[in-house]
Each structure stands twice: as structure tokens, then as C-alpha cells.
Write a protein that binds this ligand. Structure first.
Ligand SMILES: C[S@@+](CC[C@H](N)C(=O)[O-])C[C@H]1O[C@@H](n2cnc3c(N)ncnc32)[C@H](O)[C@@H]1O
Length: 150
């Protein structure tokens, strides 16, 4: 099916639905491939892997929570936690009731390894789950960074 898009005085009528096809980032297969590779890299070289949107984004979250004077026992859920580095950062800042959810089992395995290495495992629970179906009722501070697949 052809669509028409209006740009200034020009009508562009050659844009097919393919132009709007979903990104690979929106598929579980993509994340399975990414975290299978990242887990192997961590096991071989100790490299934690990519932090999406950079380390600065984690610092901003922690600073924002601190500014809210959130109690350190606040339950915080990191949805699509990936390598769990945000949870590590939060645990190191004193937050102790942290849950990381990801549907990718290798991401959770990687996050578990990193939490162990960083000595923050007692503050962090990690769960292989498909969001949003599993979100706890008691949720007070959900945090999502990056695309989630429906
Ligand atoms: C862009 S990565 C972000 C990883 C990490 N939060 C970070 O900032 O570095 C997106 C993560 O969300 C996870 N994910 C995507 N859709 C999900 C869903 N519906 N349920 C659970 N996890 C999901 C992927 O497996 C991946 O780990």
C-alpha cells in the first residue's frame, strides 16, 4: 500500500509501509543475540558491556532519586534491566530494595554476574520476566530505559 506524505509544497507518494517497519530493537531475538554475546564477553574479559544512553544517564537517575529524598528502602524496579548496571549504581548509593526485570535470560545471567562481582547482590533481585505482565502491585518507582517489546 502506498502512502502520501506532504513536505512543504511537494507530495512524496513513494513511501511504502516498509519505511515504517518495526525496528530490530523491538524484537526479543535481537536482545537474545546481543546479551548472548555480551555474557560471553563478560565471562572472557570481564567487560560489563554497553550502558544505554551512557553512564551519565545512570548518574542523573540516582541524583534525581536522592533529590526526592526517597527512602533507601524504596522499592525500585528497573524494567528491561539488561546488564543491570543501573541497579549496581543504585545499590552503591545505598538503595537496598531493587528489582531488575528482563525477558532475556542471558541479560539476567550477565546482571547476576556483575552484581556478584560488584558485591551488591544482597540488595538486588533479578527476574526473567516479560514486562509489563509481571509488574508487582507494590511498585513505587518503576524505571524504564530503552525500548520495550510488547
Ligand atoms: C536498550 S536495552 C537497555 C538495557 C539497560 N536498561 C540499559 O539501560 O543499559 C533494552 C532492554 O529491555 C529488554 N526488554 C525489551 N522488551 C522487554 C519486555 N517486554 N520485557 C522485559 N524486558 C524487555 C531487552 O532484553 C533489553 O535488555
Amino acid at each position: 500500500m502506498q502512502h502520501a506524505a506532504v513536505s512543504s509544497n511537494h507530495i512524496v507518494d513513494n513511501m511504502s509501509e516498509d519505511a515504517f517497519s518495526p525496528s530490530a530493537l523491538g524484537t526479543k531475538e535481537h536482545w537474545d543475540t546481543v546479551y548472548s554475546r555480551e555474557l560471553k564477553t563478560f565471562q572472557e574479559y570481564g567487560d560489563e558491556g554497553e550502558i544505554w544512553f551512557g553512564e551519565g544517564s545512570m548518574t542523573r537517575v540516582v541524583r534525581w532519586l536522592n533529590a526526592q529524598k526517597a527512602p533507601l528502602t524504596t522499592s525500585i524496579v528497573d524494567i528491561g534491566t539488561g546488564n543491570g548496571m543501573l541497579l549496581v549504581e543504585l545499590a552503591k548509593s545505598g538503595y537496598s530494595n531493587l528489582l531488575g526485570i528482563d525477558y532475556c535470560s542471558d541479560a539476567i545471567a550477565l546482571a547476576r554476574n556483575i552484581c556478584d562481582k560488584e558485591g551488591v547482590s544482597p540488595s538486588v533481585t533479578l527476574q526473567i520476566s516479560w514486562a509489563p505482565s509481571v509488574l508487582p502491585n507494590s511498585l513505587t518507582s518503576p524505571w524504564i530505559k530503552g525500548p520495550l517489546t510488547q
